[in-house]
Design a protein around this ligand. Structure first.
Ligand SMILES: [Zn+2]
Length: 127
């Protein structure tokens, strides 16, 4: 379920939450991004080609909104949290919130996923 950013302004500002995905021993194996406004969720696994796009149900996005609003701990998330569930779905990775990515200016809402993909790839090259 994709929803475009509100189209009231020419410039869209995306505020994405960034996560690391780790093994049980804490080794980083991936980076994740969630943008509530664009319903964007994706993981980049270094060494693996491309972006692993993730999809949440409307219910999961509603819970993600609550989790982000209430604030996430600086420790690995319970797999029962919607943030962790959507990002790690189908893997045994642990998910930990690392902070907010820089706000992205996007000319058109339809370009937002591509911009977030690029941000995620760039960040994943650093790990
Ligand atoms: Zn966004």
């Amino acid at each position: 379920m994709l929803r475009e950013c509100e189209a009231d302004h020419v410039k869209e500002l995306c505020k994405a939450a960034a996560f690391v995905l780790t093994k049980l021993d804490g080794t980083t194996i991936g980076l994740g991004l969630l943008c509530l406004d664009c319903r964007y969720a994706a993981v980049r696994w270094p060494g693996v080609e491309g972006i692993d796009r993730r999809f949440g149900t409307p219910t999961e996005w509603a819970v993600i909104e609550r989790e982000l609003t209430e604030g996430l701990p600086a420790t690995p998330l319970s797999p029962l949290t919607a943030c962790a569930h959507v990002l790690a779905f189908g893997t045994d990775a642990r998910v930990q919130w690392v902070g907010w990515a820089k706000r992205m200016e996007v000319d058109e809402p339809s370009k937002t996923p591509a911009v977030l993909d690029a941000l995620l790839s760039e960040a994943a090259n650093l790990i």
